[in-house]
Design a protein around this ligand. Structure first.
Ligand code: G6P
Length: 367
């Protein structure tokens, strides 16, 4: 390969270490350094009058879209429909006139996402794509492209492209919120500051290796793992479980923490580790009591939290990973990196082919 590993053992490790740079570069493209306001390229439609957004993608990119949905709904107060591309096309959802179709793809070539793009266009939607390859097919077929500045991603399992997608989605939510008059100047400044803080907080994550490896050692022994999160951290759980399956071949399932009592709790005993993404914030106490239910049934809890959540979680968790304190808006970005790092450490213990997992392809160009 023309792109080397720069002394890292795997491309995945190298790409995980590129998170701070990639988030910074991607934000630089979207935030004016002088005014510290989000700027979008000139759009052929008016953001203020879009009735609805339909987000679609595959794999990790879809989970980025799910996190984006929480931001767009909460901050921009716009209705968002989100579905995997292979389902969206065949669901025949009624589309609002002049709505926005939002595609997310690292490669810009994924067959299902491309087909969904075409069907959204045929349904009269404006087409916006968040892409890492500016000369891709999806780029050519979109009305507007928002670039992730992640650079080439070689490892089949996505890492840095995912957080770059999240960085763009967060900025888009701010821009749409402003256009719709629901985000004022002070709120925009606060959210932009939270985003600009991320690269240095992400660097701090690399100091948590020992804690993450201790959690990885427990997972590496397991056959099944349950990932839990609430709110914008539910898709973080989905991403964590997907990454674990992809590169370590351990079965993992992600659930919204509050839904655990409606099924997965039946699976829990000491052989099923439970990984939770649970920063302090409005949903913290609810998540903690969901986790307590799992612990009471013998579940071994591995909890990603922050300094404010550490004392409470420390009482129930077998292993804690205490991430740096960040704004609740950007916490899912930091937690996503942490669960990717966890999957990497498990894969190392399992001795799998991290960069080229069996049966998977970097870009899937068949439906
Ligand atoms: C494949 C890769 C995933 C990726 C997905 C979507 O399944 O293994 O890592 O998330 O495709 O790819 P895209 O290029 O559209 O983001």
């Amino acid at each position: 390969d023309a792109i080397g590993k720069d002394g890292y053992r795997h491309y995945m490790d190298k790409e995980l270490h590129e998170h701070p740079l990639v988030i910074g570069q991607t934000l630089q493209r979207m935030i004016d350094p002088a005014t510290r306001r989000v700027v979008l390229p000139e759009l052929p439609f008016d953001l203020a009058t879009i009735p609805r957004i339909t987000v679609t993608a595959c794999g990790s990119a879809f989970y980025a879209g799910l996190i984006g949905r929480y931001w767009l709904e909460a901050e921009a107060r716009i209705p968002v429909d989100a579905d995997v591309a292979s389902e969206l096309r065949y669901r025949e959802p009624p589309l609002s006139k002049g709505g926005l179709g939002l595609m997310i793809s690292q490669s810009g070539e994924t067959a299902d996402t491309l087909a969904a793009l075409r069907s959204l266009r045929a349904g009269g939607q404006h087409v916006m794509s968040i892409l890492n390859v500016p000369e891709s097919t999806m780029a050519r077929e979109s009305d507007i492209v928002l670039d992730t500045i992640a650079g080439p991603e070689i490892c089949v399992a996505s890492t840095k492209a995912f957080t770059a997608q999240l960085s763009v989605l967060a900025c888009l939510a701010i821009a749409i919120g402003r256009a719709r008059g629901v985000i004022g100047e002070a709120r925009e400044m606060e959210l932009v500051q939270a985003l600009l803080d991320l690269p240095s907080r992400a660097v701090e994550l690399f100091g948590l290796g020992d804690d993450i490896r201790a959690a990885a050692a427990i997972i590496a022994e397991a056959r099944d793992v349950l990932y839990l999160g609430r709110g914008s951290h539910f898709p973080v759980a989905l991403e964590g479980a997907l990454k674990l399956k992809e590169i370590s071949y351990i079965h993992a399932e992600a659930y919204a923490a509050g839904e655990m009592k409606h099924g997965p709790i039946a699976l829990i005993d000491k052989s099923v580790p439970v990984v939770a993404s649970a920063p302090s914030g409005p949903l913290f106490e609810k998540t903690a009591s969901n986790l307590q239910e799992a612990q009471a049934r013998g579940g071994r809890l591995l909890v990603f939290t922050d300094p404010a959540g550490a004392a409470r979680m420390g009482k129930i968790a077998e292993r804690l990973v205490v991430l740096p304190e960040v704004h609740g808006f950007t916490a899912p970005i930091l937690h996503s990196i942490a669960v990717q790092m966890l999957a990497y450490e498990v894969a190392l213990l399992k001795g799998t082919d991290v960069d080229q997992p069996r049966n998977l392809a970097k870009s899937v160009t068949v439906e």
